[in-house]
Design a protein around this ligand. Structure first.
Ligand code: FAD
Ligand code: SF4
Length: 399
């Protein structure tokens, strides 16, 4: 007879109950399960432990003498890639979904934790354990809202599954890594995406209402490397809005407090990361963090066009200016915003890895100020050392 694990006696919280991380909760789903037993250590907002978990997942933590490590985390290799035959309706070309399908069909895993949407609302997340490629494909495209992906972990344990792939964003993956040893798995594979500026479902509505010409028909959007938000509508048409034209004064409070205090943009603890920010326009960005990540990527490499990453331009002056502009909630007239977007993109704009550094610097300086102003008692322990190094390159307002 096997002994009952300590967490099996715990009970997940009801949806309306307050969460241990209070306003900082990112609704990662851990507290919906009996793994709430470990929340004090596991929650990314109660216990920042990226370096320790990197050591366990990748065999080493970031080397603080290497600038690429501060920015992109532990990695063996980075590249740009896109599918030769993109998956219709995927967020980009569907590398994430293809990988998950291959892992299921080749028998590497028995299930995939991913997030579909509810039948009523294309943007309302519905985490599932997919057991077939069809169920994985039904989860393609971002649900650009906080999603309780880990809420299905108790079902994983009860199903008796031993080999699992989890797809998720940084805060979900930090909590997952912290409880990994309690899951009773033979092998866990982790496929991450970068993530920033996420919102609740109502926050998303406010963003769409203030930014798009037709909020109700948006099926997909992304903040892209050409300094514009690209919206795709139901009829296939595309709308673009320059970053500098966003109504910052109305949108300042739209991002979730968890995302305003997050420093794990690049999903440091996944085996393999698939995003776009370190790639040039139209390409996806892949970061192989360890041997497991390499094994995963090898499964789909023959379906991809691949090229080396590049880095061009100098982000620093633009970041320094964005710190003041954001702080003062500056919104430019649309014609100025469009012009500025074109000038920055075409003539002085950072490209490839330098664009990723631009985005990381802008978000980390903003988030550092947010934590300092709203949670000063947390600042020292919550901000990882690599993020402190990044932020220290800029002059921040004193208060
Ligand atoms: P697809 O094949 O379309 O698969 C998408 C996968 O994402 C699905 O498996 C689904 O389970 C999962 N997913 C969807 N919504 C969520 C969610 N809310 N939480 C967790 N998992 C989810 N990349 C960057 O480079 N920079 C960014 O700033 C950035 N921000 C992001 C913000 C969010 C909220 C999300 C979910 C992703 C973000 N990404 C970002 C990743 C990027 O948008 C793409 O998801 C990634 O490049 C994969 O594209 P794909 O076509 O291969 O994915
Ligand atoms: Fe719980 Fe996750 Fe919220 Fe932390 S972020 S309180 S672990 S649900």
């Amino acid at each position: 007879m096997t002994a009952t694990a300590p967490h099996e006696k715990a009970r997940g919280l009801k949806p309306s109950s307050p969460r241990p991380a209070k306003a900082l909760c990112s609704e990662c789903g851990l507290c919906d399960t009996y793994y709430i037993h470990y929340v004090k250590e596991a929650c990314a907002f109660l216990n920042q432990q990226v370096a320790e978990l990197e050591e366990e997942a990748h065999g080493r933590s970031r080397d603080l003498a290497k600038e690429d490590d501060w920015y992109f985390g532990v990695h063996q290799e980075m590249m740009m890639a896109r599918k030769q035959e993109p998956i219709e309706g995927a967020q980009w070309t569907g590398i994430v979904s293809s990988l998950a399908c291959e892992m299921l069909t080749q028998g590497l895993v028995e299930g995939v934790v991913c997030v579909q949407n509810t039948p009523e609302d294309r943007f309302q997340p519905m985490p599932v354990i997919a057991r077939t490629p069809e169920e994985v494909l039904a989860a393609r495209v971002n649900k650009p809202t906080l999603s309780p992906n880990l809420s299905v972990l108790e079902q994983v344990a009860k199903s008796g599954m031993k080999r699992l792939l989890v797809i998720g964003v940084g805060c979900q993956i930090q909590a997952l890594r912290a409880v990994e040893k309690e899951l009773g798995l033979e092998k866990l594979y982790v496929l991450g995406t970068p993530c920033v500026d996420n919102v609740t479902r109502s926050g998303l509505q406010k963003f769409l209402d203030t930014t798009s010409r037709s909020p109700e028909t948006v099926v997909h959007y992304e903040f892209m490397q050409d300094f514009r938000v690209h919206f795709k509508h139901e009829d296939g048409s595309e709308e673009t809005v320059p970053f500098f034209g966003l109504k910052t004064n109305q949108l300042k409070d739209v991002f979730a407090p968890s995302c305003m205090s997050c420093f794990d943009y690049v999903n440091s603890l996944s085996d393999l990361v698939v995003g776009y920010m370190g790639a040039t326009f139209g390409w996806q960005w892949i970061v192989v963090r360890n041997d497991t990540g390499r094994e995963m990527l090898d499964l789909v490499k023959d379906q991809l066009n691949v090229q080396p990453v590049i880095s061009k331009g100098d982000r620093k002056a633009a970041v320094q200016q964005s710190i003041q502009a954001y702080d003062q909630a500056v919104t430019l007239p649309m014609w100025v915003a469009k012009l500025l977007g074109i000038v920055i993109d075409k003539f002085i704009g950072p490209k490839g890895l330098e664009y990723a550094r631009f985005s990381i610097d802008s978000h980390f300086t903003r988030n550092y100020l947010y934590v300092k102003r709203n949670y000063p008692e947390k600042l020292a322990a919550h901000v990882p050392e690599f993020a402190k190094k990044i932020v220290s390159q800029y002059k921040l307002p004193k208060k």
